[in-house]
Design a binder for this molecule. Structure first.
Ligand SMILES: [Zn+2]
Length: 268
């Protein structure tokens, strides 16, 4: 297993067959992002780049712990109501998103994988709610492989209290859109995609009334992000991005191991 490619799409049908038949537990990571503005300095596909990078890191950490894991082709569209009106923003409805994620999870589980982890980095509250509903729907219908004992689907959510506490202050203030937090991750994972000169000249934008995280329903513009970003992109650094990615990797690894009934704290 360790020598096989991490990307599911690079495996053959025979290789997948032997993983799901022979491995005690087999796991699919499903990267989810969106197509939406990320300021004048980051590309539209920033969220999917971040989700893929988290998956790559989490998958190799899980393989080091002898978990048979692959990364599914990404789901690069999302509910993106907040960003409507900006060129390049593509928005699915919540119903479509919920159904899409539920059907994909069911398809992998039917194929014999024991567990699917939805690794999302598009943080529009309506999108997160749709994913959550889709995941719940599958888990409640007991969609997993019989006898594996695993929770069928996990949804490690950076917006949850458990994991947001691990992230930087800007993130917790609600300014997690294309500001210091996301710009740092891109500097660490895809530096050529960052328009650095533009980024360095951007003024910090404090989101309007997001103290309690109650920005649901508000558009990016209403929150003060008239240029498609919130927070302080000019303060971003690759070192901070590397550290954040480590935390995000740990979030996914922990939730997958917990779903498989393994102790995340135990040595591999
Ligand atoms: Zn983003």
């Amino acid at each position: 297993m360790r020598k096989l490619p991490l990307q599911l799409a690079r495996l053959t049908t025979e290789e997948v067959g032997s993983i799901v038949d022979k491995e005690e537990t087999s796991v699919v990571l499903l990267p989810v992002g969106g197509v939406e503005p990320h300021g004048p300095h980051l590309p539209l596909g920033t969220d999917i780049t971040i989700a893929m990078e988290i998956c790559r890191k989490a998958a190799s950490a899980l393989r080091d712990r002898d978990v048979a894991v692959v990364i599914a082709p990404s789901l690069p569209y999302a509910v993106s109501e907040r960003a409507e009106g900006f060129p390049g923003a593509v928005c699915l409805s919540s119903d479509t998103m919920q159904r899409l994620v539920a059907e994909l999870c069911r398809a992998y589980l039917r194929d014999g994988w024991h567990h699917v982890s939805v690794v999302n980095h598009h943080l529009d509250p309506a999108h997160v709610a749709a994913l959550h509903a889709g995941v719940l729907e599958v888990n409640e219908s007991g969609g997993g492989a019989e006898g594996s004992g695993a929770v069928p689907v996990s949804f490690p959510n950076v917006l949850s209290r458990r994991w947001s506490a691990e992230l930087c202050e800007e993130f917790r203030s609600g300014a997690s859109h294309a500001g210091r937090y996301e710009s740092s991750i891109l500097l660490a994972s895809d530096p050529d995609a960052v328009r650095r000169e533009i980024m360095n000249g951007l003024e910090a934008v404090t989101p309007v009334s997001s103290e309690d995280g109650a920005e649901t329903g508000k558009s990016l513009r209403e929150m003060g992000g008239v240029d498609g970003y919130l927070g302080d992109p000019a303060a971003a650094s690759a070192a901070e991005g590397k550290d954040t990615l480590q935390r995000l990797q740990n979030m996914v690894v922990t939730e997958v191991l917990e779903a498989l009934g393994k102790d995340p704290a135990a040595a591999s």
